[in-house]
Design a protein around this ligand. Structure first.
Ligand code: GDP
Ligand code: MG
Length: 374
C-alpha cells in the first residue's frame, strides 16, 4: 500500500511538520519528520486537521500495459506485421566488429542522404533490396549483457565475428555463451578473408566444439566468409541475416503506443537529455508523452544516424530522441503513454517508491537516535 512521510503529509496539508509530530506524540507515537505513515494513520491525522484523505492507489502495470490501438490516418489495424531484425555483432577484440559495422553502413548509405554524414547514435538501420536490418553498434558485449540484465531482449540475431587468421578466442566463447543463454540464433562471419594466412576451415573446425557446424558439413549453422577491409561478401552476410529473420517470423504491431528499450543515453549541453531508443512495438511520434525509469517528457525531436529528422518511428526503428526530463539508463525500457500527466505520474510514483525504500532503512536509525536523546 501507498505510504507518505510525516514531512510530505504536512507539506501537502499546509501545516508545520512540528505540529503533526506533536499531534502524533499526543497519540503516543514518537516519530521524526521522515517517518513513513500508512494510509490509516495519515487519514486519522489529517482528519484531526479537518482534511479528508483519498487513497488513490497507483497501478503502474495497468497504465503501462495499455493495449489501446492507435491507428494512423487510414484507421487500419492489421495486427502484428513483419518487422526488421535487430542484429548485434559480437566477437573477440580486434577480430573486426567495428570495421564490419562501419563497412556495412558505408556500403549501404545511398549517396545524397544528409550528405552522407553519419553520426554514432548507438544503432542504425540499412536497407537491403527494400528490406531493413537494424544493427546495434554499441560495444557488443556491454550492450547485450546490460540490456539482458535489465530484462530487455532487443537482439534477434547475433553475428559472431571470428578472424580467419586468429580463430576462436576467449571472447568468442563468451559471445557464444551469452547468445545461447539468451536463445538468440548465431550467424558466423569469418572475417579478414583477405589476409594471406586466412584459414576458414580452422575456424569451422574449432566451432564444431560448440555444436556450431556449417551446412556443408552436415550442420545447420550459417557461416559467411567476409572481409570488412575489401567489403567482399558483405552482401551475402546481409542476405543470410534476412533469411534468418524470415525463419524467425519477427512481428510487431505498429498500431499501438510505442514501447521499447533505451540503447544509449547522454546529457547534451545544448539539447539536454538525448536518448537513442529502439522501438519494439507500436509507433513513436513527435509529441508523444513518454516515460523511462525515473524520467518522463514529450518527444521533442527524433533523428536517425543519417541526421534525418523523423516524424515517426515504427517497430525495430532506432532513433535519437530529445524531450525527456532527465537522462535515462541504457537497457531500461521506455513507454509512450496516454498523456504527459500519466508519464509524470509513473515517473513520480517510481521516484517516491525509491525514496520510501531509502526511508524505510534510514527511519529506523533516526528513531533510535531520537530515543537515545530522550
Ligand atoms: P574490433 O575490436 O572487433 O572492433 O576490431 P576492429 O574493427 O577495430 O579491427 C581490428 C583491426 O583489424 C583493425 O586494425 C582493422 O583495420 C583490422 N581489420 C578489420 N577487419 C579486417 C579485414 O577484413 N581484413 C583485414 N586485413 N584487416 C581487418
Ligand atoms: Mg571495436
Amino acid at each position: 500500500s501507498d505510504v507518505i512521510t510525516v514531512g510530505e503529509l504536512a507539506k501537502r496539508m499546509g501545516v508545520k511538520s512540528k505540529d503533526l509530530i506533536t499531534e502524533l506524540m499526543r497519540q503516543g507515537q514518537m516519530v521524526t519528520i521522515n517517518h513513513p505513515l500508512d494510509y490509516e494513520t495519515a487519514a486519522i491525522l489529517a482528519s484531526e486537521f479537518n482534511y479528508e484523505v483519498e487513497n488513490v492507489a497507483f497501478d503502474e502495470e495497468h497504465v503501462l500495459t495499455d493495449d489501446a490501438v492507435i491507428t494512423d490516418e487510414s484507421g487500419s489495424d492489421e495486427g502484428a506485421i513483419p518487422r526488421p531484425p535487430v542484429v548485434t555483432i559480437m566477437g573477440h577484440v580486434d577480430h573486426g566488429k567495428t570495421s564490419l559495422l562501419d563497412a556495412i553502413r558505408a556500403t549501404n548509405v545511398t549517396s545524397g542522404e544528409a550528405g552522407g554524414i553519419t553520426q554514432h547514435i548507438g544503432a542504425y538501420d540499412v536497407t537491403v533490396n527494400g528490406r531493413k536490418i537494424t544493427f546495434l553498434d554499441t560495444p557488443g558485449h556491454e550492450a547485450f549483457t546490460s540490456m539482458r540484465a535489465r530484462g530487455a531482449k532487443v537482439t534477434d540475431i547475433v553475428v559472431l565475428v571470428v578472424a580467419a587468421d586468429d580463430g576462436v578466442m576467449p571472447q568468442t566463447k563468451e559471445a557464444i555463451n551469452h547468445s545461447k543463454a539468451a536463445g538468440v540464433p548465431i550467424i558466423v562471419a569469418i572475417n579478414k578473408m583477405d589476409k594471406p594466412d586466412a584459414n576458414p576451415d580452422r575456424v569451422k573446425q574449432e566451432l564444431t566444439e560448440f555444436e556450431m557446424v556449417p551446412e556443408d558439413w552436415g550442420g545447420d549453422t550459417i557461416f559467411v566468409e567476409v572481409s570488412a577491409k575489401t567489403t567482399a561478401n558483405l552482401d551475402s552476410l546481409l542476405e543470410m541475416i534476412l533469411l534468418q529473420a524470415e525463419v524467425l517470423e519477427l512481428k510487431a504491431n505498429p498500431h499501438k503506443r510505442a514501447k521499447g528499450a533505451i540503447v544509449e543515453a547522454r546529457l547534451d549541453r545544448g539539447r539536454g537529455p538525448v536518448a537513442t531508443v529502439l522501438v519494439e512495438e507500436g509507433t513513436l511520434r513527435i509529441g508523444d508523452p513518454i516515460v523511462s525509469g525515473l524520467h518522463y517528457g514529450r518527444v521533442r525531436t527524433m533523428t536517425n544516424d543519417r541526421g534525418d529528422r523523423l516524424e515517426e518511428a515504427g517497430p525495430s526503428c532506432p532513433v535519437e530522441v530529445t524531450g525527456l526530463s532527465g537522462t535515462p539508463v541504457a537497457g531500461d525500457t521506455f513507454h509512450a503513454v496516454e498523456s504527459e500527466k500519466v508519464a509524470k505520474d509513473v515517473a513520480t510514483h517510481r521516484q517516491r517508491k525509491i525514496r520510501e525504500q531509502e526511508l524505510a532503512t534510514t527511519s529506523k536509525i533516526s528513531l533510535e537516535q531520537l530515543y537515545a536523546r530522550l
